[in-house]
Design a protein around this ligand. Structure first.
Ligand code: 3PG
Length: 400
């Protein structure tokens, strides 16, 4: 169900589930991409004269208020981007929320405090979630679900609430699904997927689903050391998921059998420790312990030779999906691999998609502009689960 299925929303109280889960450093938003991505739907509703009530989570608080997880900075930023006042309720379903919503006039907007300050939002207990969803339902006449980044979660505002009031997907979800559909249905070849980030176990599902569909998988980031170790290489004190070694070996042989190339780094930036002041040196991937740091050295980025090879492969592709930074991009000495990948994606003659909160933040923090890429997805886990072919509860409940 799309926005238009809800009919005219003028004068109606419209609950909008957004994903305003933005990275914050000392209370300052470091990447407002998810707030900007929510603007088309919010503007469309405000232009119709709806009374807009924005709901979101931020971080993973433990079901109780915690100042560092307040949504207020996001509400302030939203007001700046919309160019109009945004009221902020200091609770989610309490007195402040009720009062704030009741004073909204047509074409006005409010943001509720972090949904996850209430245990009912993320509860595994259906009755507890349902009770919280019922309280949220009191605050609106309809629900527009537009938090693409959170549609893989079976949570009160994403799932249960959609069953209690008339509901439909917003414009961001429509856009995200259009692009992700292009990655799953007849993508133009060659199709290259670039995987990074720290946890192999998080990406296993997507690797097994992608193997039959892609031509090449480039592996970087912390997860690469499990791949290198699976090849028999020593990796020093780098991230390693020993319990995944056999699975990774299975992928490597499955890829060979299918004619899919899994390309691993040939060089790595090895550091004396994890930190901005670490000493570092480039080492061949098969000799990571042969540096001055020996077995205590840790790999924090792909090396320059690998960055170049990955970039060539990416630029020769017609479809590229990238999830997960190649190194610790927050530290300049370990950002070059991620930069090389991002730069190459901007030069793809075809569809380039950056997926995931970390990769999206990385490209913006490294100074790239959103319009240099085909699409920057607001979903990390959500886009991966979509590509894995999983049914996502927040979409299923809307009839998608
Ligand atoms: C994300 O950052 O991927 C989404 O906002 C979902 O957050 P979560 O992983 O804490 O549910």
């Amino acid at each position: 169900r799309t926005l238009s299925s809800l009919g005219s929303l003028a004068g109606k109280r419209v609950l909008v589930r957004c994903d305003l889960n933005v990275p914050l450093k000392d209370g300052v938003i470091t990447d407002d991409g998810r707030i900007r991505a929510s603007l088309p739907t919010l503007n469309a509703l405000l232009d119709q004269g709806a009374r807009v009530v924005v709901m979101s989570h931020l971080g993973r608080p433990d079901g109780a208020p915690e100042a560092k997880y307040s949504l207020e900075p996001a509400a302030i930023r939203l007001g700046e981007l919309l160019g109009k006042p945004v009221a902020f309720a200091t609770d989610t379903v309490g007195e402040s929320a009720t009062a704030t919503v009741s004073t909204l006039a047509d074409g006005q907007i409010a943001v509720l405090e972090n949904l996850r300050f209430n245990p009912g939002e993320t509860s595994k207990d259906e009755a507890e979630r349902g009770a919280f969803a019922a309280q949220l339902a009191e605050l609106g006449d309809v629900l527009v679900s537009d938090g693409f980044g959170v549609v893989h979660r079976k949570q009160a505002s994403v799932y249960d609430l959609a069953k209690l009031v008339p509901s439909a997907a917003g414009l961001l979800i429509e856009t995200e699904l259009d692009v992700l559909d292009r990655l799953t249905e007849n993508p133009e070849r060659p199709y290259t997927v670039v995987l990074g980030g720290s946890k192999v176990s998080d990406k296993l599902g997507v690797i097994s689903h992608l193997l039959p569909r892609v031509d090449t998988i480039l592996v970087g980031g912390g997860m690469v050391f499990t791949f290198l170790a699976a090849q028999g290489y020593k990796v020093g004190a780098s991230l390693l998921e020993v319990d995944q070694l056999d699975t990774v070996r299975g992928y490597i042989s499955d890829a060979e059998a299918r004619g899919v190339k899994i390309i691993l780094p040939t060089d790595i930036v090895m550091a004396s420790k994890f930190g901005a002041d670490a000493e570092h040196v480039v080492a061949p991937a098969d000799a990571l312990e042969d540096t001055a740091f020996g077995a205590t050295g840790m790999g924090l980025d792909i090396g320059p030779e690998t960055g170049k090879a990955f970039a060539e492969q990416i630029k020769a592709s017609k479809t590229v999906f990238w999830n997960g930074p190649a190194g610790v991009f927050e530290i300049p000495a370990f950002a070059e691999g991620t930069r090389a990948i991002a730069q190459a994606l901007t030069e793809v003659d075809g569809l380039s998609v950056v997926g995931g909160g970390d990769s999206a933040a990385a490209v913006r923090i490294l100074g790239f502009a959103d319009d240099q890429f085909g699409h920057i997805s607001t979903g990390g886990g959500a886009s991966l689960e979509f590509l894995e072919g999983k049914r996502l509860p927040g979409l299923e409940v809307l009839g998608w």
